[in-house]
Each structure stands twice: as structure tokens, then as C-alpha cells.
Design a protein around this ligand. Structure first.
Ligand code: GRF
Length: 201
């Protein structure tokens, strides 16, 4: 199974996934990084890990559909089976959603449907909730909305700061996202409407 990670920024999840695949245990190859931001640190991480990079900038295309068609060309030529979104700061449009239905994963740093959007960790912290967490889900046409695959809680303790909470969330993400990919690669995720059944994890 060939995986493409989509990322726009730091890429710590990219590194965690690359590391987990290198260690063995996930029946997949990390074949491609799709990035829309030439300044993203994730590009350096990919080069170091010897993963091919497709840099596709939105501003180079008149319409979103053309931007996505260019991405799809890269996915096709690299025989990609699974898209893993890890900090890709764009909503996917019809072209990609249609072509890769139920084959696109996303990770969100909160317990969906709470605290959707680009600042899930800060929003949960500022709200004052006692428990937040991490969600891995399939991607659909709405933001942070598709069927939930895995969720795990993170407690916000009295002495936590936003920075310490960010560390806890990211540590959990880095263990959790490779696990979800492993389950997908083993064919252990079964869709039942909006519900995802995990077969003997
Ligand atoms: C992660 O917190 C992820 O949950 C969110 O974007 C962040 C990406 O971080 N979707 P990184 O680029 O993988 O370090």
C-alpha cells in the first residue's frame, strides 16, 4: 500500500509516520509528501527521509479543481492508495474527495465534534474543559466532520499551560496516527454508515 502524506507546515506527524513505517509493523510505503507551502519545514523532513516531494501551490492554478487535478496526477503516478492529512491547511474539494472516497484520513487535536478548526488545542484550553484529546477520522466534504476512526482523551490538569497541553497532544498524535494507518493497511476499518468498526485491533 502506498501512502501520500499531505502537510503544510512543521511535519512532526509526517516524521512520526515515517519513523513508524521505517521500524516495520505497518504494511505500507510512505511514497509521497504533498505540500502546498514552499517554506514548510516538512519538506526538509521529507528530503531527509528520502520521501518524494510534490510541491503544488494553490496560487499557481486558476481554480481549486485545477490545483486538485495537478495533485491527483502526482497521486496517480505514484500509485497512491491512501491519503494521510497531517496539518494540511486546506479543505479538500470534489476532485480529491471523489477519487479517494474513504481513503483519506485526517488527525484533529481535539475530541470532535468539539473544537473544530485550525486552533483546536488552544480553543479547548481557553474554554476550560478538563478533558480534550485527539481524533483520527475519515475526511468528507465538511471541515473536521467525517466518520471517527479513533479517539483518545488527554486530561487538562490544574498546572497545565497551553504549551504543556500542546506537548501532551502532539505526543499522543505521534503514537496514535501510525496506529490508525496500521489498522487501515490491515483492512481492519469497516464503514457502517457514519460508524467505523475497528476489527480486532
Ligand atoms: C497537528 O496538531 C494536527 O492534529 C493538526 O495539525 C497539526 C500538524 O502538526 N491537524 P505537524 O505539522 O504534524 O507538526
Amino acid at each position: 500500500m502506498n501512502i501520500a502524506v499531505f502537510a503544510s507546515g512543521n511535519g512532526s506527524n509526517f516524521a512520526a509516520i515515517a519513523g513508524a513505517i521505517k521500524k516495520g509493523g505497518i504494511r505500507a510505503r510512505l511514497s509521497l509528501l504533498v505540500c502546498d507551502n514552499p517554506a514548510a519545514f516538512v519538506i526538509k523532513r521529507a528530503r531527509k527521509a528520502k520521501v518524494k516531494v510534490a510541491l503544488v501551490k494553490r496560487e499557481d492554478f486558476p481554480a481549486k479543481a485545477d490545483f486538485e487535478k495537478e495533485i491527483i496526477k502526482h497521486l496517480k503516478s505514484n500509485h497512491i492508495d491512501l491519503i494521510v492529512m497531517a496539518g494540511f491547511m486546506r479543505m479538500l474539494g470534489k476532485e480529491l474527495l471523489k477519487g479517494y472516497k474513504n481513503r483519506i484520513l485526517n488527525i484533529h487535536p481535539a475530541l470532535l465534534p468539539s473544537f473544530k478548526g485550525a486552533s483546536g488545542i488552544k480553543d479547548a484550553f481557553d474554554y476550560g474543559v478538563k478533558v480534550t484529546g485527539v481524533t483520527v477520522h475519515f475526511v468528507d466534504e465538511l471541515m473536521d466532520h467525517g466518520p471517527v476512526i479513533l479517539q483518545a482523551p488527554v486530561e487538562i490538569e490544574e498546572n497545565d499551560t497551553l504549551a504543556s497541553l500542546e506537548v501532551k497532544i502532539h505526543q499522543l498524535e505521534h503514537r496514535f496516527y501510525p496506529l490508525a494507518i496500521k489498522l487501515f493497511a490491515e483492512g481492519k476499518l469497516k464503514m457502517q454508515g457514519r460508524r467505523v468498526k475497528v476489527l480486532n485491533p
